[in-house]
Design a protein. Structure first.
Length: 183
């Protein structure tokens, strides 16, 4: 029998700007219908913590994307990390001062796949403001000292330069999710 472990699933671009509307109760029910347990959500932006088999992230992502499409008519990327990977994501933060001083403007962007290492230089060349960015495996950390809303370092730019899909959460949310999985 496969050992059950905590996982985090982040849904990309739901309940943001009027797109991809879905209730958290619906998401919890969807995950439970897939056989996952201890399902809990955080905020309204598609942050789900659950217990499930110790399976590769990509396998769980495919399963959840198909289930969301079929049950909810929701066509979105799902990015999954184990509780252990989440703890590593927190520990690997290259911007500890920003995490302390301005956590709402420090973003951890989970990437669907690990980009080629040289793509970070292409991304940095595209940055028009003061935003520092560091790539660690399948996570891009970016700080927005002048705010996120007016920044030219958008998710679309990040995805284009790194060649993969992404969804971001601010450092406050990262830590709250970490607390939920004991990271």
């Amino acid at each position: 029998m496969t050992r059950a472990v905590p996982h985090i699933a982040l849904l990309r671009a739901i309940n943001v700007g009027g797109s991809g509307k879905v209730g958290m109760a619906e998401l919890r029910a969807l995950f439970e219908a897939q056989g996952f347990q201890d399902v809990a959500t955080l905020l309204q932006t598609g942050n789900i913590v659950f217990t499930g088999p110790d399976a590769p992230d990509q396998d769980l992502e495919k399963k959840l994307e198909a289930a969301a499409r079929e049950a909810l008519g929701l066509d979105t990327d799902v990015l999954v990390r184990s509780g252990g990977e989440w703890a590593e994501l927190i520990a690997a933060n290259p911007f500890p001062q920003e995490a302390k001083d301005d956590p709402s403007h420090l973003i951890a962007l989970l990437l669907k796949t690990a980009p080629e290492p040289d793509t970070i230089e292409a991304l940095r060349a595209a940055i028009k403001g003061r935003e520092p960015a560091e790539l660690v495996g399948r996570t891009l950390y970016a700080a927005y000292p002048d705010g996120i809303g007016r920044s030219k370092l958008t998710t679309a730019v990040i995805e284009r330069k790194l060649g993969t899909r992404a969804t971001g959460r601010n450092w406050n949310t990262v830590l709250k999710i970490g607390a939920m999985v004991g990271a």
